[in-house]
Design a protein around this ligand. Structure first.
Ligand code: CU
Length: 511
């Protein structure tokens, strides 16, 4: 048996889950939603910028059990388009924000100082976090210069002036998390203007695996943006004074840009060795979903070997030719550039896009001899997601629906302080989501397991621990979810940020 057929057989075997379900296509309802906002400046040519790697943030203080960080949020001029300085809302001056790297089970405390001219809220997406540090959308950090009587100071919720310390116990497995703004009604512009960064968690299980590491472990934050004639980030605010939330009615389905950025650079290039790379894919776009594909695919296909999902490692690798990724989803994949000839140029494309949005970035493979590469993908990565639907005693249904006045869950616009559910800590529950449009649905606090999608086989990308599930029009999905450890108020919402800002969000309280 050749190495190739061996590999194909192993990957075919991996396509049967631990529960014996055979995974199938199930992509019939995958599509784009949103309205394209065109840039008013000339678009730069693709593949001219080098891929930036966000800086790693160093802790300001380390004790026996805690790492302390400080991030000042402020306006900064960043370089996105050649020839323009773009004013962004930044975490510590960069877009994306600096990457935090934590150890599972080690407490991480992040002090966010707000020197922006707007209130902010920080949510660690995918984090298993006590409710008072989870970034509830009314738990604002008012700007350092805020005075009693300012609009932000009169809202309900626990507003702090100037700074807030977010405490993350991180009792969860290794995973690719991200942090971003979560201010009620204004998350769309906050993220669009730059408030997003990676937070990676490592653990002993991951360390013991022979996966690519170091400079062959690359975070890739994919976002679409539109720009004004003078190269500024263009967002169609409902109200330039930030009193009325959301976007204009023309963009209520979602704001789509025509420039694709990876780590803040338009259609960048990453020079790579002929070696295996781990790519931590994050879709941090407001509304755009992508279907990622390598062009050309490697001989024999299966170029994107998924090893992780939103919540951490898969139990076994799953190979894909195409990988759909909705807003807020993460996919951890290995790409083996040894399968291409020296000097090959391989594009990461988006088959849901066209023209400028049909391409993402390019990998330029070195021409010299292939360097040493001891990495490999083990057949078993970690324990499977065994959330057992048979043990669920509670089933809840959440309908994500379009109404003329906004986007609703079970008929309701977001009402802070009103629970849509009160799950008991430690119980496994069945949650059924139904939709009438495209909605990437996100739960705070708990990762879940996708059980069914329209009674059809799951998408190949539906496996593992998930905190976000993308549904198309008239889809129904069932998930098993279990919330643990932290009683309090959390959120269930659509992660299309325009839908979220226009009220497609609900509180639930764990008891
Ligand atoms: Cu939605």
């Amino acid at each position: 048996m050749t190495a190739r057929t061996n590999r194909r057989r192993f990957l075919a075997a991996a396509a049967v889950t631990a529960g014996g379900t055979i995974i199938g296509a199930g992509w019939a309802r995958l599509g784009q939603s949103g309205v394209l906002l065109r840039s008013r400046c000339p678009l730069p040519p693709a593949f001219q910028s080098l891929l930036p790697i966000p800086p790693t943030l160093r802790p300001s203080r380390v004790t026996a059990d805690t790492d302390y960080y400080e991030i000042t949020q402020h306006l900064a001029e960043v370089s996105i388009l050649p020839g323009f300085a773009t004013t962004a809302w930044t975490y510590a001056g960069s877009f994306p924000g600096p990457t935090l790297i934590s150890r599972a089970g080690r407490r991480t405390v992040v002090r966010h100082v707000n020197r922006l001219p707007h209130p902010v809220v920080v949510h660690l997406h995918g984090g298993h976090t006590p409710h008072d540090s989870d970034g509830y959308p009314l738990d604002l950090i008012a700007p350092v210069a805020a005075k009693p009587g300012d609009a932000a100071m009169t809202l309900p919720g626990s507003t702090m002036v100037g700074y807030r310390d977010y405490v993350y116990p991180l009792r969860q497995p290794s995973a690719t998390l991200w942090y971003h703004d979560h201010r009620m009604g204004f998350t769309g512009p906050g993220v669009w203007y730059g408030l997003a960064g990676f937070h990676l968690i490592h653990d002993d299980i991951e360390d013991a695996l022979p996966l690519p590491r170091g400079d062959r472990d690359i975070p890739l934050m994919i976002t679409d943006r539109a720009f004004t004639a003078d190269g500024q980030l263009h967002y169609p605010l409902a109200d330039p004074d930030f009193h009325t939330p959301g976007t204009t009615s023309a963009y209520r389905d979602g704001v789509l840009g025509d420039v694709i950025l990876v780590n803040g650079a338009p259609w960048p290039v990453l020079p790579v060795d002929r070696a295996q790379y781990r790519l931590r894919l994050l879709n941090a776009s407001n509304a755009r979903r992508y279907r990622l594909r390598l062009d050309p695919p490697p001989p024999g296909g299966d170029g994107l070997v998924q090893i992780g999902s939103d919540g951490g490692l898969l139990d076994r690798p799953i190979a894909h030719d195409d990988l759909p990724i909705a807003p807020a989803e993460r996919f951890d994949v290995i790409v083996d550039f040894r399968r291409y000839p020296p000097g090959a140029r391989v594009q990461l494309t988006n088959t849901l896009g066209s023209d400028s949005t049909g391409r993402i970035m390019r990998f330029d493979i070195a021409t010299g001899p292939a360097p040493t590469d001891d990495a490999r993908i083990p057949h078993t990565l970690t324990a499977p997601n065994t959330l057992d639907p048979a043990s669920a005693r509670t089933t809840r249904t959440f309908a994500f629906q379009n109404y003329p006045g906004g986007w609703r869950i079970n008929g309701r616009l977001y009402q802070p302080g009103t629970d849509i559910a009160q799950p008991r800590l430690g119980d496994t529950e069945l949650w059924r989501f139904t939709t009438d449009f495209h909605h990437p649905i996100h739960t705070h606090l708990g990762q879940f397991r996708i059980l069914t999608r329209n009674d059809h086989p799951l998408r190949p990308s539906d496996h593992g621990w998930k905190d976000t599930i993308d549904l198309g029009p008239a889809e129904t999905a069932e998930i098993a979810v279990q919330f643990t450890d932290y009683p309090g108020r959390y959120l269930l919402h659509c992660h299309n940020l325009e839908h979220e800002d226009m009220a497609m969000m609900a509180d639930f309280t764990t008891i």
